[in-house]
Design a binder for this molecule. Structure first.
Ligand SMILES: NC(=O)c1ccc[n+]([C@@H]2O[C@H](COP(=O)([O-])OP(=O)(O)OC[C@H]3O[C@@H](n4cnc5c(N)ncnc54)[C@H](OP(=O)(O)O)[C@@H]3O)[C@@H](O)[C@H]2O)c1
Length: 296
């Protein structure tokens, strides 16, 4: 199949392209410089002339603070370009899969959220992603929106999981938030889900997350470090200082507190997902193999 991937060089996009190539698909992977999502019309033109059968949008301004600092860019890249992709795909007949986020939720109540939970973002990033969901659904009823959360598992694009291990190996001071929880999910599992034949014909919003119970940043960090220690990458367990998000100076924009999503609909489609703990441990293994390869 011919697949056009936006954001092919990001954390999820890179893993998707690797899995798609291994499965024998033909890929079109425009870089940021080749196709800037700040210009939705150019994005639409690319989709129209691509002859792709599947278009997957993994591109986004995904850093929360960057969205706060430039809301117009967040609106163009995160909402207007996906809306244009959805319309162009409706025109060409290509299937459209768009990645969204748990940050569209308000996150006020603890516990796992279903796909019809109330959306009420607390920051500009979340608003731009919610706007995308609404526009994509309005423009293309057959489009599929995959909400993912706390993506780890791409060693070249470290997440809080890999960063915790790297910091511990360097002997640096570690802090982690205790008052925010979600569902750490491996990028490789998201890629596998995107390419699953079971998703054919599925539209609307589907939550693609690990299985299990919500996990705080602090708990996820501890799982990563304990695993790194168990495989000999750390000689002892480092101290991790628990902190509240409001005390973490580098987070200027508010974060939703409890955004873990259930994956019932995904499992019902016959797409299994590992637990969040297993996902973190696998991400740590992948990261350690990658860094070992870098140093040899
Ligand atoms: N990472 C997470 O924990 C997480 C959680 C929930 C949802 N998501 C969602 O999952 C999707 C993938 O996230 P990710 O972590 O893979 O993101 P990422 O690593 O930040 O990658 C985003 C990609 O988008 C590209 N991009 C950014 N601005 C662009 C522009 N103006 N024009 C063209 N390309 C542009 C980036 O290219 P450059 O690097 O060259 O700018 C990069 O390749 C996003 O929709 C994100 O909102 C991610």
């Amino acid at each position: 199949m011919k697949i056009l991937v936006f954001g092919a060089h990001g954390r999820v996009g890179e893993m998707l392209c690797r899995a798609a190539r291994a499965a024998g698909h033909e890929l079109i992977t425009p870089t940021h410089a080749e196709c800037d999502l700040e210009y939705p019309a150019a994005v639409g033109e690319l989709v129209l002339r691509s002859e792709a059968e599947l278009v997957v949008n993994c591109a986004a301004v995904s850093r929360v603070e960057e969205c706060e600092d430039d809301a117009l860019r967040a609106h163009l890249v995160n909402a207007m370009s996906p809306a244009t992709m959805a319309l162009a795909c409706r025109h060409t007949g290509a299937r459209f899969i768009h990645l969204s986020t748990d940050y569209v939720l308000d996150g006020r109540r603890p516990g796992l959220k279903s796909a019809d939970a109330r959306c009420k973002p607390v920051n500009t990033y979340g608003f731009s992603k919610m706007e995308a969901e609404l526009q994509v659904r309005e423009g293309n009823a057959e489009a599929l929106i995959l909400r993912v959360s706390w993506v780890c598992g791409n060693p070249r694009k470290p997440s809080f999981v890999e960063n915790a291990v790297a910091q511990a190996v360097r002997g640096e001071k570690l802090v982690a938030a205790v008052d925010q929880d979600s569902m750490p999910t491996h990028a490789g599992d998201i890629a596998r889900a995107i390419l699953s034949p079971q998703l054919e014909g599925v539209s609307g919003v589907l939550q693609v997350t690990s299985s299990g119970e919500p996990m705080s940043r602090y708990s996820g960090t501890m799982v990563a470090l304990e695993h790194a220690r168990s495989v000999g990458a750390l000689s002892q367990m480092p101290v991790v200082e628990p902190q509240k998000i409001c005390d973490m100076g580098r987070f200027r924009a508010p974060r939703p507190a409890h955004t873990a999503m259930d994956n019932c609909d995904l499992l019902a489609l016959g797409i299994p997902m590992p637990s969040a703990r297993e996902s973190i441990c696998r991400a740590v293994d992948d990261y350690l193999s990658y860094t070992a390869g870098q140093t040899h």
